[in-house]
Design a protein around this ligand. Structure first.
Ligand code: PMP
Length: 415
């Protein structure tokens, strides 16, 4: 039986008061998750015992560091259903989408080509394509939503049928709406109607919450951030289908040490080994080790159970928050449509920032603003939303504390 209270014991940071008499209720995991003690320990162990640069040494510590880095890569790749060579470590999701733009987009797109994305995208999966369009002359098409909640699949199908669609980029789980998009259905529409198109899946909010298998999803690129999935900040992943790497369709976008074959004064050749080719410079070994430990932690919990726990929390949050006058939760209703990870809401009287500040004074950490989805907020007419978001350690009691903190909101605003 999944017991979030037991899971919570692995996260020392959660056991503190943030104001006198107010224990921390951390509901900001979509921005970043907390890290289990074990993740922090393996990183400290690495620095205390094994630290050296990888690949370039013959001494014992360098061997250990290289071994640990290789094993970490294997573990993280496996966790997302990819082969080791298909995983490129990046700093985060944002660096991963930029990597696609520079390493693939600049070499494969031209004037008049079409990039398709959606209205619910995080800026990391939108601004990057706007810039790519500026560089290449490609055009951006943004698919709208139905009921301010889900991707309009009819419009999506219509747009991917247009000629010259070369890249389709969309999010797996929306960080603002909680919507879980029907990836398989969307991928099959693209494969049927835009045979040449490559598909990017922004999995920043799905990898932490549900089983993700790169090969099964049949996308070409998958992007995620370690810090949202119990791992450290500063490491994330870009998974690329092997044939794109082997054929040279996807090229390195960072150049320098570690990724070369032979270097002359005027020219260089590059490494054959795919891991080396996409690892320019010294990698963040400790963070890779920490991320691998986070994957093991999630594997031990079982991603099916993690997902079930998350769905239950979302359902519970809907039920409990629906009793608060003036509050409206955005995104799809859980009884009608798959959603997980977070609940964001607007209040008819109280501004999102005021809400977040008052909730904080009761120890409840939530986030307010546009959550890096400005076009979505503008289209829906929300100046800002307040978001409570969950992870493996979140409990129904956390949601109860959130609901209780609204008493203070009511008192202050005389509601
Ligand atoms: N995509 C989604 C859906 C996200 O939620 C986030 C982070 N909020 C990102 C991309 C960007 O992640 P990062 O800041 O780690 O690059």
């Amino acid at each position: 039986m999944y017991d979030p209270k037991q899971v919570k014991k692995n996260f020392p940071v959660l056991d503190q008061e943030v104001h006198p008499g107010k224990p921390l209720v951390y509901l900001d995991s979509a921005a970043t998750s907390q890290k289990p003690k074990k993740v922090i320990e393996v990183m400290a162990h690495y620095y205390l015992n094994d630290n050296a640069n990888v690949h370039r040494g013959v001494h014992v510590l360098s061997d250990r560091a290289t071994d640990a880095w290789d094993r970490a890569k294997e573990t993280v790749a496996q966790f997302v259903g990819a082969e080791k060579d298909e995983l490129i470590f990046t700093r985060n999701t944002t660096e991963a989408t930029n990597g696609i733009a520079y390493g693939w987009g600049d070499h494969n797109l031209g004037k008049g080509d079409v990039i398709v994305t959606t209205l619910m995208e995080h800026h990391a999966n939108l601004v990057v394509w706007q810039e790519l369009c500026k560089r290449t002359g490609a055009n951006l098409e943004v698919v709208g939503l139905k009921d301010e909640a889900t991707i309009d699949l009819e419009e999506f199908a219509k747009i991917v049928k247009k000629p010259d669609v070369k890249l389709v980029a969309f999010v797996h789980v929306s960080n603002s709406l909680g919507t879980v998009n029907p990836v398989k259905e969307m991928v099959s529409l693209v494969r049927k109607h835009a045979k040449e198109a490559r598909i990017v899946l922004d999995a920043a909010q799905s990898v932490p919450h549900l089983p993700v298998d790169f090969h099964e999803l049949d996308v070409d690129f998958l992007c995620f951030s370690g810090h949202k999935m119990l791992g450290p900040m500063g490491i994330g992943g870009l998974v690329v289908k092997k044939e794109l790497l082997k054929s040279g369709e996807m090229q390195p976008w960072l150049f320098g040490g570690g990724m070369i074959g032979n270097v002359g004064e005027q020219q260089a050749s590059y490494a054959d080994d795919l891991t080396d080719l996409f690892t320019a410079g010294t990698p963040d070994v400790a963070s890779a080790i920490g991320l691998a430990e986070a994957c093991k932690f999630l594997d031990n919990l079982g991603m099916e159970d993690v997902m079930k726990h998350d769905f239950e929390l979302v359902e519970y949050a809907f039920k409990q928050l629906s009793g608060i006058k003036g509050l409206e939760i955005v995104g799809p209703r859980p009884e009608k449509y798959n959603r997980l990870g977070s609940v964001a809401f607007v209040h008819d009287t109280v501004h999102a920032h005021d809400l977040a500040q008052i909730l904080d004074s009761e120890g409840v950490a939530v986030r307010s603003g546009h959550h890096c989805t400005m076009p979505l907020h503008k289209a829906c007419g929300w100046q800002a939303t307040t978001r409570a978001s969950f992870n493996v350690y979140s409990t129904k009691e956390d949601i109860d504390a959130l609901v209780k903190a609204f008493d203070k909101v009511a008192k202050i605003f005389k509601l």
